[in-house]
Design a binder for this molecule. Structure first.
Ligand SMILES: [Zn+2]
Length: 458
């Protein structure tokens, strides 16, 4: 085998002839290889849009370069002269090359290796470092791979039965993205910038009548526009509320109680200090001890946000101690905590009748509790009573929904550096799908046929 044909195999490109190569150094003084090639007769010259064989129009540049995967420590580029062709349909366009997608200055293998690393959870910094490229470029490569692996996204709309609509904020809450999830496959089927009625209507208008009719369940937070959209577009769908949103509402109510309790404790402390100064008992040992204890109480309440919000089974010992101290110092706050917990556990029930009884019991409790934040929460829960019961009746798994939601949040954080919103959406669509990204040159595993998903909706 000649060096040229060895190189051709190492570059992993077919239908190409290696003319020569230069081994040298890149701008950073690292080893670099430029392989000059020309496209073989069989693949010459095709329109990048329709793939039709075309006549050469002209040669505008001498040689263009594409980044290829590294060979060992060596940075590799492919160099070739490519003409513009005249396609009867698409006009004058730069001819297609077999190793890269139109318009890309990176080989397809390079793009796949980038997407593989990002999907594998490698950090922004590591991917950029490994590939010697910036993060924005990685984003474009991910987008390219997504389009390559899934040319027809609308296929994801076929056979939808249980869907979830979720809006997630990013850029510190300044921007929103709306995501539609297929609960039966835990994949994202649609994502778009913005949120609200108009955005979700865009999604439903992309569906055929048949596709809309197959949807039997729509879940989301408590937003009115989700209820309206479900009613308007999905004639057969039941509206559900994702349990983690309900728990979030309860946690918000609990936190507003905590802040009130903290203010009360702080005011009591200030009063205590004032009195002790006035009464000249600043040096009284008991008074000093009482003030010390009051200060401790204020601090405990201040720092208890996470302990109160967490599921009790996940508490650390320190957080358990903190709650015990609050129990002693502020029983009302712990009553709020008990109400939050009770509400959360309703979603764990599998018997719909029992869940209904428990929820109604809870609603009565909220009405009588005389804690303004929970009275208010009770009213909100009452408005969504039917939606909550639908969730229990259909056994929507909160853990899975929350896991998908957290994955999207994580992806948005990873994609935060992308200036282009489409790149972010590409990342979400690719990563919240069942699509496997093959590493270049590896044999792909046979796709596992999970069989048709049969879902019953109560
Ligand atoms: Zn064409």
């Amino acid at each position: 085998m000649t060096a040229n044909s060895l190189l051709k195999n190492l570059l992993h490109i077919k239908g190409t002839v290696v003319d020569s190569f230069d081994l040298g150094e890149n701008a950073k003084g690292e080893p670099s290889l430029v392989v000059h090639v020309h496209v073989g007769k069989g693949l010459r010259w095709r329109c990048p849009v329709c793939g039709k064989k075309c006549h050469v129009h002209d040669y505008v540049c001498d040689e263009a370069f594409w980044r290829s995967m590294d060979l060992g420590p060596v940075e590799v580029r492919i160099g070739a002269r490519v003409p513009r062709v005249r396609c009867p349909v698409d006009g004058v366009v730069t001819a297609a090359v077999p190793w890269a997608k139109p318009g890309s200055r990176f080989t397809t293998d390079f793009a796949f290796s980038a997407a593989w690393m990002v999907k594998g959870g490698l950090s922004k910094k590591k991917v950029s470092e490994r590939l010697r490229t910036d993060w924005e470029t990685v984003g474009h490569l991910v987008d390219l791979v997504w389009h390559e692996l899934e040319p027809d996204v609308k296929k994801r709309f076929d056979g939808l039965v249980r869907i979830g609509i979720d809006e997630t904020s990013y850029r510190k809450g300044h921007s929103y993205i709306t995501v539609v999830v297929n609960h039966d496959t835990n994949t994202v089927v649609w994502a778009h910038k913005g949120h609200g009625k108009e955005i979700i209507e865009m999604f439903f208008s992309e569906l055929t009548e048949e596709q809309r009719a197959s949807i039997l369940l729509v879940s989301g937070d408590g937003a009115r526009w989700i209820t309206d959209a479900a009613k308007d577009f999905c004639p057969n769908a039941r509206r559900c509320v994702d349990p983690f949103h309900v728990v979030e509402w309860a946690n918000e109510a609990l936190d507003s109680m905590r802040i009130d309790a903290w203010r009360r404790a702080r005011a009591a402390l200030a009063e205590m200090v004032r009195k002790s100064k006035e009464g000249g008992s600043a040096n009284d040992r008991d008074a000093r001890e009482r003030i010390r204890q009051a200060k401790k109480d204020v601090e405990q309440i201040k720092q208890s946000k996470y302990a109160l919000g967490k599921n009790p089974e996940n508490l650390t010992t320190k957080q358990q101690e903190r709650l015990a101290l609050i129990q002693a110092g502020d029983p009302q706050l712990m009553r709020g905590h008990a109400m939050k917990e009770k509400l959360r556990l309703i979603f764990k029930l599998t018997d719909p009748t029992l869940a209904e009884e428990e929820l109604d019991g809870w609603l009565g409790w909220a009405q009588r509790c005389r804690i303004p934040a929970f009275v208010e929460l009770g009213r909100k829960i009452r408005r969504h009573r039917e939606h909550i019961l639908n969730t229990v009746r259909n056994g929507l798994s909160n853990a899975r929904i929350e896991a998908t939601n957290n994955k999207i949040k994580l992806l948005l954080r990873v994609a935060y550096g992308f200036r282009n919103i489409d790149t972010m959406i590409g990342l979400i669509m690719l990563f919240c799908s069942s699509i496997e990204i093959p590493w270049p040159g590896r044999k792909q595993k046979e796709p596992i046929n999970k069989g048709a998903i049969t879902t019953q909706v109560a």
